[in-house]
Design a protein around this ligand. Structure first.
Ligand code: ZN
Length: 320
């Protein structure tokens, strides 16, 4: 190719990327929340949602992050509305003009998911845990989207849709981009039908998704509490320099963070297991538990009783 035609191709590539980016920004309603990327390590950036329930803070209640390499950007989780994803994209553009190559999804839950269509439109490849297929095939995903179109209007609206992954992961998966090594570890059905973590190897930074909550009560939902606890035990043994959780601030002392989630889940598991074994009715068992360490944390009133009840039902199912 001649020099001037290379120049013209590059010009049109940059021009079309800019048009694409501009149209992405115009396509979605703007959202006025404080979303700023913080640099965590040489290549890793993090945005932190505000602690609260799903509809607080215009849906910005979960975290996300991105990794900048000189061959493109890897995004981790997509936030709870397309408008939030556009804001995240703008933060990325403050740091680099590299294309968005991958979005790695920790799991498919609404608060991390509805922004995905923005990155898909920007040409990213989506990687998710195998269990995301279960979520996508369930009525829960459609029903929740319908509910959020009301609760999170105008940011979640008729054009918001569920985006399937391009690749589903069920065994450890490593890849490299721009000389940076990434390790994806799927953990099976733990917090959700399928969870994974992402380790950015040269920075020794771990994106944990919702296996770890910091500064609020975890959301248990349909979790397999045994697998979740096992996954946390495994993570205790990885000596990372920072953990970026799915909710709450990043941890420079990862074990303290892991322990908070681990202790809370252990309390639920032990008390509900005992209740089921002794045929104690749920309400009675619940009333006897000392929630002292957790009752002043955000989301306690909204989530705790339902968490305990879900674990109670899980124990009844697994006891049979
Ligand atoms: Zn979440």
């Amino acid at each position: 190719m001649k020099k001037h035609s290379v120049f013209i191709s590059v010009f049109f590539l940059i021009f079309s990327l800019n048009v694409q980016a501009g149209s992405i920004e115009k396509k979605y309603p703007t959202v006025d929340v404080d979303l700023k990327a913080v640099k965590v390590s040489k290549h890793v950036y993090f945005v932190q949602g505000k602690a609260g329930i799903a509809t607080d803070n215009a849906g910005f209640i979960s975290n996300a992050g991105f990794v900048v390499t000189n061959e493109g950007v890897v995004v981790f989780d997509a936030l709870g509305t397309p408008s939030l994803a556009v804001k995240l994209y703008k933060e990325i553009r403050k740091v680099t003009q590299q294309p968005i190559r991958y979005v790695i999804m920790s799991h498919y839950h609404a608060d991390h998911l509805y922004g995905l269509q923005v990155f898909k439109e920007l040409g990213a490849k989506v990687i998710a845990p195998q269990g995301a297929r279960v979520y996508l095939a369930s009525d829960v995903s459609d029903n929740l989207l319908a509910t959020r179109r009301v609760d999170l209007a105008p940011w979640v609206n008729e054009s918001t849709h569920l985006v399937p992954a391009d690749q589903y992961i069920s065994t450890e998966y490593k890849f490299s981009l721009g000389g940076i090594q990434f390790k994806i570890t799927p953990l099976g059905n733990a917090h959700s039908e399928g969870d994974l973590t992402l380790l950015v190897e040269p920075d020794n930074v771990l994106f944990s998704g919702d296996l770890i909550f910091e500064g609020r009560i975890p959301f248990v939902g349909q979790a397999n509490i045994f697998n979740w606890l096992k996954a946390l035990e495994t993570m205790r043994n990885v000596n990372v320099s920072a953990v970026l959780p799915g909710h709450g601030p990043l941890a420079k002392d990862p074990n303290a963070l892991i322990n908070m989630t681990y202790n809370y889940l252990s309390l639920l598991k032990n008390t509900m297991q005992t209740a089921v074994e002794n045929w104690t009715p749920f309400a009675e068992a619940y009333a006897q538990i000392d929630w002292g360490d957790y009752m002043f944390l955000p989301a306690f009133d909204a989530a705790n009783r339902m968490n305990a009840y879900n674990v109670f039902l899980f124990m009844e199912r697994t006891n049979q």
